[in-house]
Design a protein around this ligand. Sequence first.
Ligand SMILES: [Fe+2]
Ligand SMILES: [Fe+2]
Length: 199
Amino acid sequence: MSERTILKLQLPTDPLWVKNVVESNIEEILTDHAFCEQKAASNAITLIVQNPNLSDLVQEMTALVQEEIDHFKRVHDIILERGYILGRERKDNYVNELRKFIIVGGGRSEQLIDRLLFSAMIEARSCERFKVMSEHIDDKQLSEFYHELMVSEATHYSMFIRLAKKYADGIDVDTRWKEFLEYEARVIQNYGKSETIHG
Ligand SMILES: [Fe+2]
Ligand SMILES: [Fe+2]
């Protein structure tokens, strides 16, 4: 089954992005990637702070923080191994554009569901990017590393969708997810050109 079928993403990343952009900018990619992992951990912490009463969510987010910060460490280890030093955080324009789709106002449940679907969306696209990188990058260590991360991001995507359904509270999660997918497809059209994970 292709990643597109599993994740329902509407636009696949062109492997030429790996060949033309990623391979010649490994240091940039690793720095940006490290901060993607940090942001995933920070997002999980925010979800805990905003929803302390949702015990299942708190448990899942606690495990996620640990896993994402472990990913951060592993990227950082590779950065050091290669003689680089972690750069400053790069702006993630893709994520900032996606964030605009989160409902403003609305009830608590609507906001929670949107934040969970927003998180699922980033996991899904990161998973797809890691897959394309693992399949096309001419670097054995990174190819294996990105394959492994692709698998764990797919698990995170499923977990966020499951939580959205659990806490749906009458919201039609499938319909809202379709809206997210359509919006993401419009956003991602402008990416796939620069030396960041979602660039
Ligand atoms: Fe991760
Ligand atoms: Fe993740």
